[in-house]
Design a protein around this ligand. Structure first.
Ligand code: ADP
Ligand code: MG
Length: 326
């Protein structure tokens, strides 16, 4: 069991950012309206995610850290048909196998909750404690017991970049959730959580970028696309400025990136990346998420039709704005 956890951990827990992704997804699944994230030393020393979601029942807390105890579906196929982001029940046991984890959780406003401490898979404490409603997860000394893995970590700055990326994407995917993110005590992001995507964009990319963005909205019988998009600029050579959500879930996709680039390049032949946050909705049967273990890559069943739709939607939005490239 312990070894199985360490092996599984190798798949789920590649670096601090993969831990953070799982913890934030759990907070989102728990229905949180605010999620506070903090990290120290690129997350290698400490990662903390606190939410005001449903919390975990005292008797379920240890179970949540046991492998597959919580798996919500058996096949993993058609993940898009279930409403939650998590589905395998593997994240927490994997994280607890390679770090020192402290979790405090409470399911009501009575002020009481449960505290659990696990180090390298071994339970150190499991007792009642005072706690507000919600869940606080603290992950310390990631990979302390797997030095070979620790050696692969890059600089603090690189790991921080990956952490920011995760927080930004989750914040863009859920403008209705108030996020904060701090690193080594410095506040790096605060989103209002009022449902306004443009305000999340402003918090991440700056107010002038947010102002320059235009609304995009298009649909056909198979797909609906909406979001915000802005022209490429001389300075933005970063593909990370393109965020794709499919049915509300952040993904990476060449099949979506290319038609967006294509649409812009016919108008402005700059080899730059536009700033865009695009949310694509479709029937779950048109997308298969099970391509990538970290659930970031997907396969579309009518890819050519989809590409054509995305390109035309972006073209329509951009040309209707009558841009004057500077
Ligand atoms: P999965 O998300 O795939 O179910 P995880 O290992 O990520 O598996 O989490 C195990 C279980 O622990 C979840 O199914 C959920 O019931 C519970 N859980 C984890 N994090 C939270 C949280 N922040 N709030 C409420 N419940 C949580
Ligand atoms: Mg999960």
């Amino acid at each position: 069991e312990h070894l199985a956890n360490q092996i599984a951990a190798g798949e789920v827990v590649e670096r601090p950012a993969s831990v953070l992704k799982e913890l934030i997804e759990n907070a989102v699944d728990a229905g949180a309206s605010r999620i506070d994230v903090s990290a120290e030393e690129g997350g290698l020393h400490m990662l903390r995610v606190a939410d005001n979601g449903s919390g975990i029942q005292p008797d379920d807390l240890l179970l949540a850290f046991q492998r597959h105890a919580t798996s919500k579906i058996s096949t993993g196929k058609d993940l898009f048909q279930i409403a939650t982001l998590g589905f395998r029940g593997e994240a927490l046991p994997s994280i607890a196998a390679v770090a020192k984890v402290k979790c405090v959780s409470s399911t009501d406003d009575g002020g009481l909750g449960q505290l659990l401490e696990i180090e390298g898979g071994a339970v150190k404490a499991n007792r009642e404690t005072n706690a507000p409603k919600g869940t606080e997860m603290i992950v310390k000394d990631l990979f302390y017991n797997t030095p070979a893995r620790l050696k692969y970590m890059k600089t603090i700055q690189t790991e921080l970049g990956h952490l920011s990326d995760i927080v930004y994407r989750q914040a863009l995917a859920r403008p209705d959730i108030a996020f904060t993110f701090s690193h080594n005590g410095n506040l790096l992001l605060r989103t209002p959580g009022n449902g306004e995507l443009r305000q999340v964009v402003a918090a991440i990319y700056g107010t002038s970028s947010a102002k320059a963005m235009i609304e995009l909205k298009d649909e056909n019988p198979d797909y609906a696309l909406h979001g915000l998009t802005a022209m490429p600029t001389e300075t933005r050579a970063n593909r990370n400025a393109l965020t794709f959500l499919v049915n509300g879930r952040y993904i990476r996709s060449q099949a979506l990136m290319q038609p967006v680039m294509q649409a812009y390049h016919t108008l402005l032949p700059l080899h730059r990346f536009p700033l865009a946050v695009l949310d694509l909705r479709m029937h779950p049967s048109l997308v298969d998420v099970n391509v990538h273990p970290a659930k970031l890559e997907v396969r579309f069943s009518k890819e050519n039709e989809l590409r054509a739709f995305v390109e035309s939607a972006v073209k329509k939005a951009v040309s209707s704005e009558a841009y004057i490239p500077s």
